[in-house]
Each structure stands twice: as C-alpha cells, then as structure tokens.
Design a protein around this ligand. Structure first.
Ligand code: ACO
Length: 319
C-alpha cells in the first residue's frame, strides 16, 4: 500500500518583484537574470507570513480533496524558513486547522517535498493512517542577503500542499544525502552568550553556485533515470517531468542528456523563481487546477538542494 494524491493547493504572496526591481537595489540586470537563471519575476512576502501561505495552501488542498478534515491522521511540513523553530510549522497548522493528529516538520531544503512523500509512504505501508496532509512552504526572502546579487535574484516565496489518501500511486521513490556545509548553508540564529568570546557571524543563506550547479545537473540526470527504471516505464510513457526550479539552465542541461521528449517538461521558474521545496508541489497544483492531468498519467519529480539532498519519484495520477 502506498498512496494517491487526492488534492492539491497552493498560495503565493501578492507582491511581485521583477528583475528590474532588483536592478534598483543590487548591481544586476533583467538580461543577466533571465539568461543565467530563467527567472523574470518572483513573489515576496510583505504583508503575509509564510504560515499564512502554508495555511491557505493546506485549506485549498483539503477543499480540492473533498475529504473529511477529521480523517487527516498526520501533517508533515517541509520547510527551512518557518516562522518558528518551535512550535513546528506543522504543529501551528494542526492548531489552525482544528486537528488533533501528530504533526512535524522535515528539513531537507529543496528536496523537502519528496522527503515528505517518502515518509508518508511508510505510514501508509504500516496501515496506520487514512489521509496525510503534506505542506511545503518557504520564504527564503527572510534569509537571503539582499545585498548579495549572486543569491538574492534566485529565490521567491510560496507554499503548496497535497492531501494523500490510500492507493497505489507511488510507483518509485529515491532519496539521497551527501552532507556538505560549504556548498550551501543557512546558519541558525545565534544568541550572544555572556561566556562565549566569539564575534557575531553572518547568518545569511550562502551558496557556492558552481558546485551546486554541477551537483544539480548530474544528480537530476542520475535520479530521473533511476526512478523511471524502478517504475518499469519507458521514457515515452512519462506524461510530465516536474524538475526542481533552481535554474532553467540546470533543467536544459539535464534535458539534453535524458532521452525524454521535450514537451513533457513542465516549468514555472519564469514567474516564481526558486521557491525551495515548494516548486514541485506548486507545479503539481498548477497542472491539477488547469485540468491537464488525466487518470493514469505518470509524473516524474526530481529535486535537489541544501544538505546536499536529492529526491526523485514517479507518481501515477489517480486523483
Ligand atoms: N547580476 C549580474 N552579475 C552577476 C550576478 C547578478 N545577479 N550574480 C553574479 N554575477 C556575476 C559574477 O560576479 C560573475 O562576475 P565576474 O565574471 O566578473 O566574476 C559573473 O556574473 C558570472 O558569475 P557565475 O557565478 O559564474 O554565474 P553562473 O553563470 O554560474 O550563474 C548561478 C550563477 C545562477 C548561481 C548558478 O551557478 C546556479 O544556478 N547555481 C545553482 C544554484 C542552485 O541550484 N541552487 C539550488 C539550491 S537552493 C536550496 O537548496 C534552498
């Protein structure tokens, strides 16, 4: 027993920040950002909190699932930028949704949604749950250095959710981690401790773009091939590939090496930038809401991110 995705939802901030807006605060240009990343604009939290967006996405997914809310037996949130370290984002949503089930957060950066799906699959395999709510939510605008043009132009804020029910929709899944602080890190908050003689450190998001780029292309190619093989599918049988939206050049480089027809790749990086773990469930929701998904469609999802982590899976759409 694995699961089917029975509902999806997403939410994003009202504030649109264009590349020209960024060129007003750092030394960059619309041309540089578009050609090097594929991003034209992104949404940034101003009046909303990331918790507000997570709740909106969760409520939409629950509405879409048409499932009794009291049948949700677990909430898993994927995030690295929740409003609190404790309570977890999942516990805050559990309270706001009026539920009494267990709830916890998963920290796997951009791979968080796929990590959450894998955890969910083991709960369904044990037979201890009826439905699981997964919410991916990140607002990296809170943690990037808005003076660092090499990172601040890449990200956007948002949230997306999926309700899972019993079924056999998960055809293959694969996670990996290769611990590496230098490639990509976001330090935790640091208190000033009276007995510790240490100068204050930078607490912004930091990344070695070149290293992550190389890792991203090779892991995406490897993981997509592997899950497609595990699911016993031919490349022609894949309906959509939903790749993590970090950089259109990463996606194009992987595309050139994978023998999957071009028209199967779905992207939304142009409108939203990299929303961390939100990218994949947001694209899933866009496909679902626009009526593009048919029963039996095969969806390949592939993510990579801080950790360094990766996650890929094949889902059959039975929603
Ligand atoms: N505007 C203008 N110029 C810029 C900007 C900018 N925003 N940013 C960097 N530059 C400059 C650099 O200073 C450099 O100038 P120089 O040649 O004079 O030194 C030049 O542009 C080229 O810089 P590169 O770093 O070589 O640019 P590159 O083409 O590699 O693109 C990027 C950088 C977009 C970061 C790319 O390396 C990348 O996408 N890496 C992967 C990022 C990623 O996938 N992250 C995912 C994980 S996120 C998570 O887990 C939460």
């Amino acid at each position: 027993m694995s699961f089917n995705v029975i509902g999806t939802g997403s939410a994003y901030p009202v504030k649109v920040v264009t590349n020209d807006d960024l060129a007003g605060i750092v030394d960059t240009s619309d041309e540089w950002i578009r050609t090097r990343t594929g991003v034209a604009e992104r949404r940034i939290c101003t009046t909303e909190t990331i918790t507000d967006l997570a709740l909106e996405a969760a409520q939409k997914a629950l509405d879409n699932a048409k499932e009794y809310i009291e049948n949700i037996d677990l909430i898993i949130c994927a995030t690295i930028s929740g409003d609190y370290i404790t309570p977890s984002m999942a516990c805050i949503l559990q309270d706001k949704l009026g539920l009494s089930c267990p709830a916890f957060d998963v920290s796997a950066a951009c791979s968080g949604f796929i990590y959450a799906l894998d955890i969910a699959a083991s709960y369904f395999a044990r037979g201890t749950v009826r439905n699981i709510l997964i919410v991916a939510a990140d607002a990296l605008s809170k943690v990037v250095d808005w003076k660092d043009r090499s990172t601040c132009v890449l990200f956007g804020d948002g949230a997306a959710a999926a309700v899972l029910g019993k079924g056999e929709g998960l055809k293959a899944i694969k996670l990996s981690a290769s611990g590496n602080i230098e490639a990509l890190n976001l330090p935790n908050i640091r208190n000033v401790v009276p007995w510790v003689d240490k100068p204050a450190e930078n607490t912004y998001f930091a990344m070695n773009g070149h290293d992550v780029y190389k890792f991203a292309v090779s892991s995406m190619i490897h993981n997509v091939r592997e899950v497609v093989k595990m699911a016993n599918l031919s490349n022609e049988e894949i309906t959509y590939v939903l790749p993590h939206q970090a950089n259109i050049r990463i996606i194009d480089a992987a595309k050139r090496r994978l023998d999957i027809p071009e028209d199967r790749y779905y992207t939304n990086i142009e409108k939203f930038g990299n929303m961390s773990c939100v990218c994949i469930p947001m694209m899933l929701d866009e496909l679902n809401m626009s009526g593009k998904l048919r029963k039996g469609d095969k969806l390949v999802m592939s993510a990579f991110g801080g950790g360094l982590t990766t996650g890929a899976c094949v889902l059959e759409w039975n929603g």
